[in-house]
Design a protein around this ligand. Structure first.
Ligand SMILES: NC(=O)c1ccc[n+]([C@@H]2O[C@H](COP(=O)([O-])OP(=O)(O)OC[C@H]3O[C@@H](n4cnc5c(N)ncnc54)[C@H](OP(=O)(O)O)[C@@H]3O)[C@@H](O)[C@H]2O)c1
Length: 336
């Protein structure tokens, strides 16, 4: 029997806690406020921005949004980011990443990666007015800290989508299988973007290597020692690993193995509709679908084979929105 995750339900439960956390901060005179930038040519970005604004306001978190155009000179956007960095009322900055394809339609022969780097590297991670403003873990410095495994000590946050995936796995452990830990399973992450694939990979890899000594939300779900992990691996008879692949790596696995059956946990973030179907997954797998607006996973064909699937919509999406709000409140810790 496959359990279908309900993202709206878990997000609502989390919202209650976050609302009260935001009010505790307000009582201490600290108001969380996110400033968002989005690009008007990308309709999906405008929609996600309005959904995030709505959720923020329900929780008592400020949210202001400004639209730019792909045609806006990058210097103008960077100058605006600098103003936000210096504004003491802004506690977090997010740039809603547009769809690369849309950007390239507007800027033929442009270098999307260079343009995006030029923007996200302008989000202040050094404390300005006592706070790191990289609320969605977009800045290159944040990814470096995640890679080093020091992001928590440096008071940084994971990208909201990566946090959403970890929260979903934690919820599976809490409510379905208390023996489950992604540290003792083979994990495959498909899609190697800076927003999800890379940070999630580095975080899980570091946790697997250290045996999770981090307390709280990110460690609680998998508080095991390296020795436990080793014992588990010996018992299960398989080498436990996390693997990150793009298109080439994915095709190689399919060519060499014929399926993804070596992996119990599969996180897919490619935007390729039905990339994964029931014929290539292992029995009892946990499938996390990050694809939008259409899922990467062909849900009907995986039913009754997988143990757990996040649907699209109502899976990772609502959890990403609420994770951004959790990030916004986490960043306030440093100003207390
Ligand atoms: N639910 C949410 O909250 C949320 C948040 C962010 C993004 N998303 C969604 O996640 C998806 C990816 O977004 P992104 O920003 O990460 O995109 P991206 O930067 O364009 O990355 C896409 C990744 O998918 C890989 N890929 C493409 N085609 C593939 C194939 N046929 N087989 C295997 N891998 C393939 C690419 O591989 P190469 O590296 O080899 O090119 C690349 O690593 C989109 O659908 C987006 O809408 C959802």
């Amino acid at each position: 029997m496959t359990m279908i995750f309900n993202g709206e339900k878990l997000a609502k439960q989390k919202a209650l806690k976050l609302k009260s956390k935001a009010s505790v901060y307000r009582a201490k005179g600290i108001q969380a406020k996110i400033a968002a930038i989005f690009f008007k040519e990308d309709a999906a970005s405008a929609l996600y921005t309005s959904l995030k604004k709505q959720t923020a306001e329900q929780l008592g978190i400020g949210y202001q949004a400004k639209a730019f155009s792909f045609a806006t000179p990058i210097k103008e956007i960077q100058d605006y980011l600098d103003i936000l960095n210096q504004d003491s009322t802004i506690t977090g900055i997010i740039i809603q990443k547009p769809w690369t394809k849309k950007w390239l339609e507007a800027v033929p022969n442009g270098d999307f990666a260079k343009w995006w780097f030029g923007l996200v590297s302008h989000i202040a991670t050094k404390k300005t007015h006592g706070i790191n403003k990289d609320v969605d873990g977009l800045a290159p410095a944040t990814l470096e800290a995640i890679k080093r495994g020091t992001w928590m000590q440096e008071q940084m946050v994971l990208p909201a989508t990566a946090r959403a995936v970890l929260s979903i796995l934690k919820d599976y452990r809490a409510n379905v299988d208390q023996d489950f830990s992604y540290l003792t399973e083979n994990v495959l992450i498909i899609g190697q973007s800076d927003l999800l694939g890379k940070p999630l990979y580095w975080h899980i890899k570091n946790m697997m290597q250290t045996g999770s000594t981090v307390p709280g939300e990110f460690g609680e779900a998998c508080r095991i020692s390296v020795a436990d992990a080793h014992t588990h691996n010996v018992v299960s008879g398989k080498k436990c690993e996390v693997k990150l692949v793009g298109k080439k790596g994915f095709d190689e696995i399919i060519e060499q193995k014929g399926s993804l059956s070596d992996f119990r946990v599969i996180v897919s973030a490619t935007g390729q509709k039905n990339l994964i179907d029931g014929s290539i997954i292992a029995a009892h797998s946990l499938l996390i679908d990050v694809g939008e607006p259409q899922g990467d996973i062909d849900l009907p064909s995986c039913l009754n084979k997988a143990d757990f699937i996040t649907p699209v919509p109502n899976g990772v999406g609502p959890m990403t929105v609420i994770s951004l709000m959790a990030n916004a409140l986490d960043l306030l810790k440093s100003v207390l």
